[in-house]
Design a protein around this ligand. Structure first.
Ligand code: G
Ligand code: G
Ligand code: MN
Ligand code: NA
Length: 252
């Protein structure tokens, strides 16, 4: 079967699932948020997003799939919050979703249905979104923000226009690309750039999340640089909802 057809059937057949990767406050080590990450349970194999997000974008399936992801994640996190766990949610967006008709209404509807407060939801866009269709995408993201939804720039620092994007769109969070974290300590320029991004975030009043933390030395260095939040295999891998519940155990 063609991948597009398989994906359509997978959505109808409930073959997609979400994993959640914890984000921690680097000072307190508390889990403050989870990032929802979609996977496709295809027979015996778990297909990662690289294997299907591109095709879903091309076919337009990303629009209903994205809505399913958002709804599933908002419902789960609303449930966690109802058991008195103060946790926030991040969800990734493709530009195709943002430009879809009724995108903002759809997000507002999912928030209303799930009962999740808008302020608890962060939508992550990568820098590509801001290149592809400047005007329309940026305007819709600004509309989302007026609803109270938070915005994050994902993979920050990878694009030549990173700083310009901060002018075009008010964001709440910058997520430093894992390639910076990987070379922390071993590459002086990367270390300096990382420190500069952290200070930029502080000066702009924007939260900074370091992504891809795999080693204790990276964690310690980020902490000493004043980076607010961290995410990565060292802290916690992406895991299914039950895994998150086991991890926070007593809190739920
Ligand atoms: O989960 P993993 O690290 O393999 O994700 C790889 C890429 O797929 C990341 O860039 C991530 O942003 C993207 N991705 C994961 N889940 C989603 C999703 O729900 N929607 C969109 N649009 N992209 C996603
Ligand atoms: O682009 P985005 O930040 O949405 O991508 C998230 C992806 O990064 C997920 O697929 C997740 O599995 C992956 N990831 C999360 N933490 C780490 C890490 O510490 N190391 C590596 N190599 N990948 C990570
Ligand atoms: Mn992301
Ligand atoms: Na991303």
């Amino acid at each position: 079967l063609e991948l597009q057809t398989q994906l359509r059937q997978a959505l109808a057949g409930g073959e997609f699932l979400l994993e959640y990767q914890p984000v921690v406050d680097l000072q307190s080590s508390q889990v403050t948020a989870v990032e929802a990450l979609v996977r496709w349970e295809h027979g015996d194999t778990r297909v990662m997003p690289e294997g299907f997000i591109g095709a879903a974008e091309e076919s337009g399936l990303i629009i209903p799939l994205g809505e399913w992801i958002l709804r599933e994640a908002c419902e789960k996190v609303a449930l966690w919050r109802a058991s008195d766990w103060d946790i926030a949610l991040s969800v990734n967006l493709s530009v195709k979703q943002i430009l879809a008709p009724r995108f903002v209404e759809t997000v507002a509807g999912v928030l209303a249905d799930s009962g999740l407060p808008a302020e608890v939801l962060t939508m992550e866009v990568d820098e590509e979104v801001l290149l592809e269709d400047q005007g329309e995408a940026v305007e819709r993201l600004a509309q989302l923000r007026r609803l109270g939804v938070r915005l994050a720039i994902d993979d920050f620092g990878m694009d030549y226009a990173s700083l310009a994007h901060l002018r075009e769109l008010r964001v709440d969070t910058i997520k430093i690309d894992p390639s910076f974290i990987r070379d922390l300590g071993s590459d002086g320029t990367v270390t300096l750039l990382t420190h500069t991004i952290i200070r930029l975030g502080q000066d702009l009043g924007v939260q900074v999340v370091a992504e891809g933390i795999e080693h204790t030395a990276q964690l310690e260095q980020l902490r000493s640089m004043g980076c607010g939040y961290g995410q990565g295999f060292l802290v916690a891998r992406p895991m299914v909802a039950e895994g998150v519940e086991a991890l926070v155990g007593g809190e739920l």
